[in-house]
Write a protein that binds this ligand. Structure first.
Ligand code: ACO
Length: 357
């Protein structure tokens, strides 16, 4: 049964995922030209050019103002909310934001996950939230809100690289969800909230935490082959490998691997952890090639996401929330594009149940 494989459900100017050649293009720019070279705000200016005409600098200050607005809600983080896993806590607090199709509702949706995720992480360990500072860039501010300390330039660049790398990716499950909800004219907050629900699943944005669980279980490079072999024998999927569209390596994995190498060279990455990850990747690819000879299963974005976000100090149950902080830009851009079409998304199903008596 099809899961809409190969169905073209939207026309978009935002991004192109070329699964055959392993290429991602965002608004006419190859990912290689953006990741590690441009800030998240610069890429938002590309994605949201129609919605917020203006320079990168204008967007930077508007987004910073939206972070300050989002932070006003952080004071209301209650114990019920802090007892939830971070993705669910994020979903709950995002649900309290006002809906609408105006620019301020859109900006708040993009800014809010970057404020709420660090506040939830700190709140869960009894620490008070660190307020945003409109003078900082989005990635730098997110790291300060996480740790309360000034990050290094290489750490800021690494988080910017991550946010840019995941900012948009064609009609993935969460983006499609955002477009469906936006097409009903429910508003940006509803679209992002629904997208967040779709992102949470382990087959989409919930995979990077389990990637670290896998590395912890393997423990040492020499155990990789036997551990992975027994997982596959039990019918388990190896987290961080495979993709519905890519038939070659996910270009985002390479962008993040380069960011990790730069972070490692600047002393911001544990060398033993990187060596373990490289051994797991090497063995997993060899085993998957042997197990599924007819299907190219390569490393996907989630594998290196896990290592990068861990090195930056994010706990593993916050990884999906950090993903949302980057993807929120793409969700809003797609929601806007869908609204502009003026068309409700309403596919059909084929009835295969019993005939009426
Ligand atoms: N480990 C082991 N086997 C796998 C894996 C994997 N990671 N991925 C696919 N397979 C197997 C499938 O079980 C299937 O086997 P079968 O033919 O015997 O049933 C075969 O390979 C083909 O699978 P596909 O149909 O090509 O995979 P699909 O497109 O349905 O799934 C998905 C893609 C969900 C990403 C899958 O590869 C997976 O579960 N990966 C692990 C989770 C993960 O890393 N998710 C993050 C994806 S990236 C993102 O969303 C941001």
């Amino acid at each position: 049964m099809s899961a809409l494989d190969d169905v073209i459900a939207a026309e978009t100017r935002l991004s192109e995922v070329d699964g055959v050649n392993g290429r991602l293009v965002i608004c006419g720019h190859s990912l290689d030209a953006l990741a590690g070279r441009k800030t998240y705000e610069a890429v938002l200016a590309l994605l949201l050019g129609d919605l917020f005409p203006g320079s990168e600098d204008t967007l930077r200050s508007e987004l910073a103002e939206a972070r300050l607005l989002a932070f006003q809600r952080v004071a209301r983080l209650d114990t019920d909310l802090l007892s939830l896993p971070i993705t669910e806590g994020l979903r709950a607090i995002m649900a309290r934001l006002p809906d609408g199709e105006d620019k301020s509702a859109a900006l708040l949706q993009i800014a809010a996950p970057a404020v709420f995720v660090p506040a939830l992480i700190r709140g869960k360990s009894g620490k008070s939230p660190v307020p945003p500072d409109a003078g900082r860039g989005h990635a730098e501010d997110m790291l300060v809100m996480l740790t309360g300390a000034q990050p290094s330039a290489e750490q800021v660049r690494a988080l910017d690289t991550y946010l840019v790398t995941v900012s948009d990716h064609g009609l993935n499950a969460s983006t499609f969800t955002a477009r469906v909800v936006a097409s009903t004219r429910a508003g940006y907050a509803s679209a992002v909230l629904a997208a967040l629900g779709a992102l949470k699943g382990p087959l989409h944005g919930g995979a990077p935490g389990p990637v670290l669980d896998m590395l912890d279980a393997v423990r040492a490079p020499e155990n990789a082959r036997s551990w992975l072999t027994s997982e596959l024998a039990r019918g388990e999927r190896l987290m961080g490998f495979g993709h519905r569209i890519y038939r070659v390596r996910d270009p985002r994995a390479d962008a993040l691997k380069s960011a990790l190498s730069r972070l490692g060279a600047a002393g911001g990455m544990d060398a033993a952890r990187l060596a373990l990850a490289e051994a797991v990747e090497r063995e997993a690819l060899a085993l998957l090639r042997a197990a599924k000879p007819g299907r190219v299963l390569e490393t996907n974005v989630e594998f290196f996401t896990a290592l990068l976000l861990e090195a930056l100090g994010f706990p593993r149950d916050a990884f999906t929330g950090v993903f949302a902080a980057g993807r929120a830009g793409g969700w809003i851009a797609h929601a806007h594009e869908q609204i502009e079409t003026g068309r409700l998304i309403r596919p059909q199903s084929r009835y295969i149940g019993p005939k009426a008596a």
